[in-house]
Structures are given as C-alpha cells and as structure tokens.
Design a protein around this ligand. Structure first.
Ligand code: GLC
Length: 435
C-alpha cells in the first residue's frame, strides 16, 4: 500500500486517483469565431454580434462517440465537458433559459448525447459549469465582463440582482444532476478578485457557494467537486501549470487530491490560428510528471464549430494513444514513489509506483549510455524489464562490473544495464519488480 495519505474530502475520489487521466472538452459558440473562448469579453463584443454565432450554430459533424473513442484510445478514463461556459450559452436543454443549444439550428441537447456516448464507451462523465455568465441579465458587470468598458456600465448594473443569478445556478445544477444519471465530476469555474476600476470581484458569497454545493450533494453525494467556488471541496486544480511536487493544503500542509488542467495549444476553445501546439514528447512527459507527484491530468480538446476534433487535436491525442497502449500500466493506479525509494532517482528520470508498492516505474527522459545507477536499491529489485515490450533489462548489484576507474560502488548500488540504442518509444519505461 502506498504510504501517502491525502486530506479527506466530501466526495468519492477513490476511482479518480486510480484513473489519473481525463479529457477536458471546451465547446460552445466560441468555436465559431475560433479565436479564444473568451472572445466575447476580449473583443468587448456586443450582444448582437455574439448572437450571430447562436443564430448559425449547427455542429453537423458532432459525433460524441468519436470523441469518446479517441479519448479512450488515448488512455483517458473520464471526461469533463463545458455544459455552460462564461458566455452563458448552454449545451443542454435547460428550462431556466432560452440561451441553449436546443434553440439554435443544432436543435439538440448536446450534453445528453455526450453523456450517453461517453458512458457507453465506459468513461466516467463530468460537467464543467461556469460560475461566470456574460449572458444572464442579473450577472453584474465586472472586470471580466464584455460590457466593462461601456460608458454606462455602472448604470447598466443598476437593478441587477446577483441573488437571482445564484438561484439560477442552483436550478441549472439541479437539472444537470437530475436529468443525466450519475455524474462523476462537477467542475465549477471560477472566483476572482476585483480590480482598481472594478473593485468588486466575485467569490463564494456572490455564488452562494454553500447552497450551490449543498444542492449538488443532496442530489449526488459522491460527486467530485473542484475548489473554484471559493469553498474547499475535493479537488485542487492547478491550471496551465505543472507542479513539481505533490500539491499540499495551504494551511495544514497535508497532501491533497489534485488535477492539473492543460491545453494542447493555449486556448481552451477551438482556436484556428494558434501555433503553439505542444509536441508529442512534451505531452507524454506532462502526464508522467503529473502522476510522478501524485496528481491527475485533465488534457483539453476544443472541438470545431462543426463538432469534430481537428487534425492537430487528433495527432496530439494519438501521441497518448501510442504511448499509453504499451505503458499505461505505469500510470493507472500509480502514484509518487515511496519516500525511501525517491532518493535513488537517477538524473533525467521520473518514478511512479503502483498502489500496492510492488512495481516501480522508471521513465528515462534522456537515454544514457548503457548504465543507470540507482543508489540504495540493491536487494530491493527482483527483476527488471522494458515495459513496452516486456524484454528483460539486466541488473547487477554492489558495483559496476567494469574495469573503468573511479566508478561508483557501494553495497546498496543497483546497476541497470540498458540497451545501447534508445527503444523507439517517446519515453521508455523500465518496470522494476520490487521484493
Ligand atoms: C480559465 C478560463 C477558462 C477555462 C478554464 C479551465 O479559468 O477562464 O476559459 O475554462 O480556465 O480551467
């Protein structure tokens, strides 16, 4: 058993920390302008202008079974879809708004199709729900809002009543958690401070987070909820940042359950012109790095306006598929290596260890010439093999059996003898069977 304990939380995270790898999906009207999911705010777009996208939204090639198949092939075990993003547009048939996919030319509840498809593929299903809403008439203008620069912005805020909006959120969360069966994750986004011009930020008091979370837990008590409502729940969510150590609780210092969320290219929604796509090697290493310090990775795709994953996204997912096909055993049910093992980690390598402690996975980021030295590991390893093809890797104990001078030796030393040529795997993994 892994000796690491994480801070106790209200939801059920046992499956989550086993599964390790999920697909984030940002999809909505912003796929049409295709230049960032924040486009309405970034360009201070008028309602009329943004309405164009609503009027023609018709993802004729939407096939969530295909998304699910690609997620599954990539080794992802769960997904989180934007049921509503900051623009307020709902991909589901809500009774509490007209601003929803069923009223566009799409005419369908796209959330329902997603849930059915992902569930059918055996993946767990999560909902992202934006706390921010630039469409709701009672959501007050603030430093993020598309209307923030309007001369009469302050005046526009008169009569807006956030408590009505907070009730709207509870009503929608009720719908989302009642109408689609068991939902595994509820991913709220997000709370923020004010600015000089707009001193009022928005946080748990504005969202009425306690009531909101109670609404959710009354319907689905097990559900995993993130921390972005301003109230601590199950999940810490570093965004576009890879922690180098297990994330700890701000006050108690305990390890927490965490999930890094990342994009392939930069923006979350489909961005046609973005050129900053990560390489397959970087993508695979981000997953390994995450699990090596006890976290999950939620990797994002932004489907196109017509509803499919473009070539670049498919190519990025394929990098995971290829690698995970042979190496997923080092990811699922694995976590940070035990404290007594960590000091043996060679340069340019990472470790993960299986939950039962019996297997240690050594990821070789830079292929060295023939020898990897693991101080302190002699006597602990029964057998070693390359994970992707199950071919033996020879190990020796005590010292390097070589006539060179000044080579390290010592009772605890484990010498791993690698093939000269790096195997044709993005990141080769050595599986060490522990005593
Ligand atoms: C940010 C962005 C948002 C995205 C989210 C994902 O908070 O506002 O566009 O959905 O990150 O973590």
């Amino acid at each position: 058993m892994s000796s690491y304990k994480t801070r106790k939380t209200p939801g059920d995270t046992t499956w989550f920390t086993q599964d390790r790898f999920g697909m984030f999906i940002h999809w909505g009207l912003y796929a049409l302008p295709a230049r960032h999911e924040w486009v309405k705010s970034l360009e201070r777009m008028s309602e009329e202008k943004y309405q164009q996208y609503f009027n023609i939204f018709n993802p004729d090639l939407y096939d969530p079974h295909d998304w699910a198949a690609q997620a599954k092939a990539a080794g992802m075990k769960y997904a989180v879809l934007t049921t509503k993003h900051h623009d307020g547009f709902c991909l589901f048939d809500s009774k509490h708004t007209e601003y929803k996919s069923t009223n566009t030319p799409a005419k369908r509840d796209l959330v329902k199709e997603y849930v059915d498809a992902f569930r059918a593929a055996g993946l767990k299903v999560g909902f992202y729900y934006s706390l921010i809403d630039w469409n709701h008439p009672h959501f007050t203008i603030d430093r993020m809002h598309p209307r923030q620069d309007d001369e009469d912005a302050i005046k526009q805020n008169e009569g807006r009543d956030l408590t009505i909006y907070a009730q709207y959120m509870r009503d929608q969360v009720t719908e989302l958690l009642t109408n689609y069966g068991k939902i595994d994750i509820l991913w709220f986004d997000f709370s923020y401070d004010g600015s000089e011009k707009w001193p009022q930020g928005k946080d748990k008091d504005d969202w009425e987070s306690e009531k909101l979370i109670k609404t959710a837990r009354d319907i689905q008590p097990h559900i995993i909820i993130d921390n972005r409502t301003g109230l601590e729940q199950d999940l810490w969510t570093p965004e576009q940042f890879q922690p180098a150590e297990w994330v700890r609780h701000e006050e108690s210092g305990e390890y927490v359950t965490w999930e890094a969320c990342q994009t392939f290219s930069g923006s979350w929604g489909y961005h046609r012109d973005e050129q900053t796509w990560k390489s397959p090697e970087m993508l695979v290493k981000m997953l390994i790095n995450t699990v090596s310090v006890g976290g999950n990775l939620l990797m994002n795709v932004g489907p196109t306006a017509r509803g499919y994953l473009d070539n670049r996204a498919q190519y990025a997912l394929a990098a995971y598929s290829e690698w995970m096909k042979y190496n997923s055993r080092s990811i699922y049910g694995c976590t940070m290596a035990e404290p007594d093992i960590l000091p043996s980690l060679p340069q340019d390598c990472r470790y993960t260890q299986s939950e039962d402690g019996k297997r240690l996975y050594l990821y070789v980021y830079t292929w060295p010439f023939e020898y990897l030295l693991l101080p302190g590991m002699a006597g602990k390893v029964k057998y070693a093999q390359l994970l992707h093809d199950g071919s033996e890797v020879r190990i020796e104990e005590g010292k390097l059996n070589h006539f060179g001078v000044g080579l390290p030796e010592g009772e605890g030393l484990l010498v791993v003898r690698l093939p000269i040529i790096k195997p044709d795997v993005i990141v080769p993994v050595i599986e060490l069977f522990l005593e």
